[in-house]
Design a protein around this ligand. Structure first.
Ligand code: 5GP
Ligand code: ZN
Length: 119
């Protein structure tokens, strides 16, 4: 599997940097954001180093589909209230103008009662 030894999130996947794990399987990893904006705020990432959604290709379609289906399951597991009165927000910042700071693709899942710190 492709990883980048200098990448922060590859180091988190490898356990070289500690994180509060939400979920792990062979392909995917999810963990709490260190600086949450909302009562529930976790990140879901592929274990393989894909810099951003901009590099997604048809080869990644199954992986991305699995990630997407996992989002509502993990959101409920982590305590968001059910749809439609609860719900969550799914965000992936892509590139500099998209506001991306860590260049290993990650999807933010945010939820829980308002107000939130941002958004
Ligand atoms: P971006 O701005 O790239 O979309 O989001 C990067 C996110 O990673 C930010 O929300 C930031 O709080 C989070 N983050 C940065 N460094 C760490 C870290 O070392 N551990 C964890 N758990 N989250 C981090
Ligand atoms: Zn990486």
């Amino acid at each position: 599997m492709h990883t980048d030894p200098n990448c922060l999130f590859c180091k988190i996947v490898a356990g070289k940097i500690p994180s509060k794990k939400v979920y792990e399987d062979e392909e995917l990893f999810a963990f709490h954001d260190i600086n949450p904006w909302a009562p529930v705020h976790f990140l879901i990432i592929p274990k393989m180093h894909i810099p951003s959604l901009a590099q997604a290709t048809p080869d990644h379609a199954a992986l991305l589909g699995r990630m997407m289906v996992l989002v509502p399951q993990l959101a409920l597991q982590e305590g968001v209230n059910p749809y439609p009165n609860g719900g969550f927000r799914l965000v992936t910042n892509t590139g500099e103008e998209g506001g991306q700071e860590v260049h290993h693709m990650h999807w933010h899942v945010m939820g829980g009662p308002r107000p939130w710190l941002r958004g």
